[in-house]
Design a protein around this ligand. Sequence first.
Ligand code: S0N
Length: 273
Amino acid sequence: HRVHGGVPTDIPVWTPARDDSGKEYTDIIYEKAVGEGIAKITINRPERRNAFRPQTIKELMRAFNDARDDNSIGVIIFTGKGTKAFCSGGDQSLRGKEGYVDYDSFGRLNVLDLQVQIRRLPKPVIAMVAGYAVGGGHVLHMVCDLTIAAANAIFGQTGPKVGSFDAGYGASIMCRLIGPKKAREMWYMTRFYTASEAEKMGLINTVVELEKLEEETVKWCREILRNSPMAIRVLKSAVNAVDDGHAGLQVPSISSIFQLSLSPTYNNDARVG
Ligand code: S0N
């Protein structure tokens, strides 16, 4: 191991992972660093700047659910394939009168369910962003616990240009992160912001050279993994509580306390729940 500040900085060996549906993934890559406690979920549609279609979201939800339930996983990295985009939002080529429709004729914008899933998931989710995080892809990085960006990252909302918007988390969490004035600017004007501008705005945690992006992200994961998963899961719901209310608190925090009261030997290191 190469070590910096007591934390190894080498990139782990990623092993392909599956969920229990028995289905293959077509739109994402799901991997785990065995023995490390890290899962990595990658949108794999680089030819469309990692735009999501309903099928992409279904697969992401399956993988996030598996990572949530896997006792060996403590942190999840969420990213996009390649260096040009984290995610460019909803696949515009599938947008028609019936909404977003793919080959399963699935006409619902199920990305909103994924946003809720990431917010409720009682483990940190880290967005690892190279290139564009725009439109619905920008909201996806905002709902993650932390965002680590490469110097080439570009952030922005594009929805109003194409007649769409996110009046849920896309508006409320953005106000929390950068304040309502800046949030209005971002939504009304659909400007794009560089990684260093985004860092100054409080939209992301840090910026690193593109070549160091994964190394740095894994280092942040390892630092988190040294700490108590129980403390982190309750802190996650506490930090989200103002926006998520009781629905947010209920899942990781109250159920943990309930389990604590049930079992005097409840394991403070538990990663399931
Ligand atoms: C990302 C951009 C800026 C990249 O520009 P660049 O590098 O010049 O590449 P392009 O040549 O433009 O693109 C390369 C190929 O990728 C395809 N492509 C890119 N983005 C999409 C996309 N979103 N859907 C489908 N295909 C995409 C290009 O067509 C091109 O293909 P080829 O090579 O075959 O020509 C630039 O690409 C860009 O601006 N993309 C569109 C961004 C956009 O408008 N996104 C949609 C925004 N709306 C949503 O996300 C809908 C969902 C929604 O309403 C929502 C939901 C939740 C939260 C927020 C929203 C919201 O609307 O904001």
